[in-house]
Design a protein around this ligand. Structure first.
Ligand code: UDP
Ligand code: MN
Length: 318
């Protein structure tokens, strides 16, 4: 899979910033036509080189699959690299996915910069620091303020500026510490407008979101907390077609909404109601994403050793 992934990261059109390698199907001018020829040649040589992977190459590289644009906010803490490693290594198995990683930081950090460079993924690296008024303090409970809002919005703006509106694809918001099944990505790739599915281990429940669906219609919602929300669903429980996103130029996330309304605010800013969203994943009966959370690493003994003048090697990045 890894070998194939590097095959689809070939930069084609020069859209976007220096870190971004986006493939687009609507190539127009003569430079683009040359590029297209080069890509076709590469596809041919891939097929020759990896005959045992013919099916994979045919399905995912030759047949221009819709692109998944995944936006992930991330911030510095001891478990960041572990979380990003787990997520990136899932994404390596997903063809035609463009990962937009947005650091909650004044500047892009060396850790994330290096991590992405060697990730083997198609990515765009951005940053935006959360305003101090909206930033959680170390000892605050995490529900006190919404998290990742500015970062998701920067990711959305990047898509609006850099992705041609005719691109066939979907938008998915991915937190850096959830657990994602590969099957989910193939479910979301073909969403017509907007779709939802249940998310495991969230809302204080086994799962939250659509509770029962039939033929794509959501029949009931399973939720206990603020069930009156327009969409009682976690961020990981929906994806939207790019076309719908581009049609709603002001659709974005907001810090100024009541607790639990981040997702509802975004989905209603796309003019969606509960009746408009398709219920996916075996009629909403299978859990393919879990709202897992990584235990905070406090490193008390490390602090003790530092105070005793015996710190660990500062060159070792964790
Ligand atoms: N996040 C961020 N800045 C912060 C806290 C969180 O960018 O100060 C990111 C985090 O990396 C994750 C998303 O926002 O991708 C949601 O945060 P978290 O996972 O902590 O929230 P929870 O899942 O616990 O609700
Ligand atoms: Mn999380």
């Amino acid at each position: 899979m890894n070998v194939m992934r590097s095959a689809v990261t070939i930069s084609t059109t020069g859209h976007g910033d220096a870190h971004s390698n986006v493939e687009h199907s609507n190539l127009k001018n003569s430079d683009d036509k040359d590029t297209e020829k080069r890509i076709n040649k590469l596809k041919k040589s891939l097929k020759n080189r990896y005959p045992s992977q013919l099916d994979y190459i045919e399905a995912y590289i030759v047949k221009d699959l819709p692109v998944i644009y995944a936006v992930t906010p991330t911030y510095t803490r001891w478990t960041q690299k572990a979380d990003l490693t787990r997520l990136a290594q899932t994404l390596l198995h997903v063809p035609n996915l463009h990962w937009i990683v947005v650091e909650d930081a004044e500047r892009k950090t060396p850790l994330v910069t290096k991590f992405l460079k060697y990730s083997g993924l198609q990515y765009t690296h951005l940053n935006s620091k959360t305003d101090a008024n909206y930033k959680l303090k170390a000892d605050d409970p995490n529900w006190l303020l919404p998290r990742g809002v500015a970062q998701r919005n920067v990711g959305l703006s990047w898509i609006r500026k850099n992705v041609p509106p005719s691109t066939s694809g979907v938008l998915y918001l991915m937190d850096d510490d959830n657990t994602y099944s590969l099957k989910l990505f193939e479910e979301m790739r073909t969403i017509a407008t907007a779709a939802v599915w249940p998310v495991g281990l969230t809302g204080g429940l086994k799962f939250e979101g659509p509770g029962s669906c039939s033929g794509g219609k959501v029949l009931s919602w399973y939720t206990a907390w603020k069930p009156e929300r327009p969409f009682p669903i976690d961020m990981a429980g929906f994806a939207v077609n790019l076309k719908l996103f581009f049609q709603h130029k002001n659709a974005e996330f907001s810090n100024k909404v009541p607790r639990g309304y981040l997702e509802s605010h975004f989905l209603t800013s796309l003019d969606l109601t509960r009746d408009d969203v398709e219920g996916k994943v075996e009629d909403c009966s299978e859990i393919l994403v879990w709202h897992t959370r990584t235990e905070k690493a406090t490193l008390k003994q490390e602090a003790k050793l530092i105070s005793m003048g015996n710190p660990s090697n500062p060159d070792i990045e964790v």
